[in-house]
Design a protein around this ligand. Structure first.
Ligand SMILES: Nc1ncnc2c1ncn2[C@@H]1O[C@H](COP(=O)(O)OP(=O)(O)OP(=O)(O)O)[C@@H](O)[C@H]1O
Length: 259
């Protein structure tokens, strides 16, 4: 089955009983969920919830202890090359080849994907322009700010025009103008048939941007569905706090009071 022959209705991403533990610590506790093709899917959860671990397993970066993952119906761990050809990944905490310039890094990502040089050059120019990195294109990535690094990593995830984008915290450290540009790019991508899976801590952003959302905490899936289903009349932030708990732990820092 080729990617273009993916049967109608096949989820962009299917996860079944996915689990990972680090020593005694269960990071992801047998999660199952489907990400509908063409959706803008948010993954939210408190710090340490298991988001990065789950996304790393879903994208073939971290081997699961248990469970299975299919991307467009392709088993990610059985057929990694085919699955990875269909995805663009912005991973959290993965080091970039930072002795390359931004332009070289994006070019390298395109060539690695088997694209021809002219197309790579054209798309690299486009990506540097829309991500406001034209001036920094010839600077080494090691000298980039956190937000610039995030944007150039996003460019490497987009260059081959993947069917599914998996983005771990794409807005972290990114300035508001660039964030708005990235949102526009992603919304346009989804409106033309792409699927975006994005983890974020910014509930307001997820509520405005995403069609679907999953809430995880302590490695467990607490809620999943359309954003309207999950928020059930409240704001996503209120619903998140209800589901996850943890408010009211801020008593007892009287030593912090300066008057
Ligand atoms: N390589 C690792 N070795 C040991 N423990 C790990 C490792 N990676 C993650 N963990 C643990 O697994 C749990 C889930 O971490 P993970 O990074 O997936 O959470 P997260 O939801 O992405 O958090 P955040 O929002 O803070 O980025 C945490 O308890 C974390 O300490």
């Amino acid at each position: 089955m080729s990617i273009s022959n993916t049967p109608e209705g096949t989820p962009a991403l299917s996860i079944r009983s996915l689990g990972k533990r680090f020593g005694e610590n269960v990071a992801v506790n047998g999660i199952s969920l489907d990400v509908p093709a063409g959706s803008f899917f948010g993954l939210v959860g408190p710090n340490g919830a298991g988001k990065t671990t789950a996304l790393s397993m879903a994208t073939g970066l971290l081997r699961p202890d248990a469970g299975q993952v299919w991307l467009n119906g392709i088993d990610v761990w059985a057929e990694p090359l085919r699955a990875k050809a269909a995805m663009g990944v912005l991973a959290d905490g993965v080091r970039l080849f930072d002795r390359l310039s931004g332009r070289q890094l994006v070019t390298y990502a395109g060539l690695l994907r088997g694209m021809d040089r002219d197309t790579v050059k054209e798309r690299t120019d486009d990506l540097l322009r829309v991500l406001d990195l034209e001036d920094a294109g010839n600077k080494l990535v090691v000298d980039y700010s956190a937000g610039m690094s995030k944007k150039i990593a996003l460019a490497t995830a987009l260059i081959h025009s993947p069917r599914v984008l998996v983005l771990d915290e794409p807005f972290e450290a990114v300035d508001p103008v660039s964030a708005a540009n990235i949102r526009d790019i992603l919304a346009d991508y989804v409106s033309h048939g792409g699927t975006v899976i994005v983890s974020s801590h910014v509930m307001d952003l997820v509520q405005r941007m995403c069609s679907h959302v999953a809430v995880i905490a302590g490695g467990n899936l607490l809620a999943v569905g359309t954003v309207d289903e999950v928020r059930a009349g409240a704001s996503l932030e209120e619903r998140f706090v209800d589901l996850v708990g943890g408010r009211g732990n801020n008593e007892g820092l009287s030593w912090l009071h300066t008057s």
